[in-house]
Design a binder for this molecule. Structure first.
Ligand code: 13P
Ligand code: SF4
Length: 355
């Protein structure tokens, strides 16, 4: 059978009841987010996947690394054993929806960096920390070294903990989240070093470093410019500038506040009628906030910047995922191999323990 309309989708979705969990990241298009059961930022969605006890399948409207994370958490050895050996399939509606930032840290590059760092300092001194926007293999690398995952919602808490474990951190793959968090923690700039994939970093700088940043960034948030923020604020001095910490440091430094997507949404929800905001994050979300809050003045930080990969989660692809479940012909299942999942789970659980 083929699902062609929202009505057909809803009828079949209703027949699945609690046996199906449809998750949606805040950056997916409005027409699709309306059809999801739970919405959230990366942290909330991984927690929903970890906590669910009733469903037989998850459809994850987001990007590849998110579905991998849901698979790792929903199919731990204990959970699978408790279900009598049954795995919960995690479906990604559009298999092309990846994350360019996650792709900026391949395992070959991370292994090469670790080996070269080991020629300068003892890698036993380094705790690897990866932003959740990374491949399962990079999370597994962190797990193998007793490291941890973080999200934009808990990066500060995670890095505070990481520095109680080891004197230095290798932060993957988002240099901006790493730098912004380190600066917020009061780490001096000379102790924050960028590791370039080819050039590496000067040996003296590495020896002096508390945080070694990976050379990655989100191509969406990286487009937001400090100069544009400055001129928009000059035009509208009463507006509050709120930005995501995936933006570069010069943008975050000018903002009134910076935080995860959930934080940005909360700031908007708590505003008073007539308040004005310039919002520096992904444009599907900013447009939705503007529609939902006509009592506020909400504008983008410059041109709207949509995440094209999130945009691939159209209703038609969600219909296609449900069709696969209904027909028993699963094609879009994201499965992390057991040995990678086991190590990645260590790093994810280290994060979840911190709350
Ligand atoms: P959060 O959902 O953690 O705010 O991250 C934003 C993002 O870029 C997701 O890919
Ligand atoms: Fe990746 Fe950036 Fe898109 Fe998030 S917004 S999925 S970090 S490219």
């Amino acid at each position: 059978m083929e699902i062609k309309t929202v009505e057909e989708f809803q009828k079949i979705r209703a027949s699945w009841g609690e046996k199906l969990l449809i998750l949606g990241h805040y950056y997916i298009p409005d027409e699709t987010i309306l059809l999801t059961d739970r919405q959230g930022d990366s942290l909330a969605l991984s927690q929903f996947a970890a906590a669910n006890e009733t469903c037989d399948a998850i459809i994850f409207c987001g990007v590849h690394f998110m579905a991998e994370t849901a698979d790792i958490l929903a199919n731990s050895l204990e959970k699978v054993a408790k279900r009598g050996g049954k795995r919960i399939p995690v479906l990604l509606p559009n298999m092309k929806s990846g994350c360019p930032m996650a792709d900026m840290a391949t395992m070959a590059e991370v292994d090469d960096c670790w080996r070269r760092l080991g020629e300068i300092i003892d890698t036993e001194e380094i705790l690897p920390v990866t932003y959740v926007n990374s491949s399962a293999s990079v999370k597994a690398f962190c797990g193998r070294h007793n490291g941890v995952v973080c999200t934009s919602g808990n990066a500060r808490r995670v890095l505070d903990w990481a520095l109680t474990q080891k004197p230095r951190i290798l932060f993957l793959p988002d240099q901006h989240l790493g730098r912004n968090t380190a600066i917020e923690m009061g780490i001096p700039r000379e102790e924050i070093v960028m590791w370039e994939k080819v050039a590496g970093a000067p040996a003296d700088a590495v020896r002096n470093a508390k945080i070694i940043l990976w050379e990655g960034c989100c191509p969406v948030h990286n487009k937001m410019e400090a100069g544009v923020a400055e001129s928009l604020q000059r035009e509208k001095p009463e507006a509050r500038l709120i930005v995501h910490p995936e933006c570069e440091q010069e943008v975050v430094a000018q903002s009134h506040s910076a935080g995860s997507t959930a934080f940005i949404i909360k700031e908007i929800q708590n505003a008073q009628s007539g308040d004005a905001f310039i919002v520096g994050t992904e444009s599907h979300l900013v447009d939705r906030l503007a529609t939902e809050h006509p009592e506020l003045e909400i504008q983008h930080l410059g041109e709207p910047h949509p995440c094209e990969d999130m945009g691939l989660n159209t209703p038609e692809y969600l219909f296609y995922a449900l069709e696969q479940l209904e027909n028993g012909t699963l094609k879009n299942v994201i499965t992390v191999p057991d040995e990678i999942a086991a190590d990645a789970r260590i790093a994810l659980e280290n994060m979840l323990k911190l709350g």
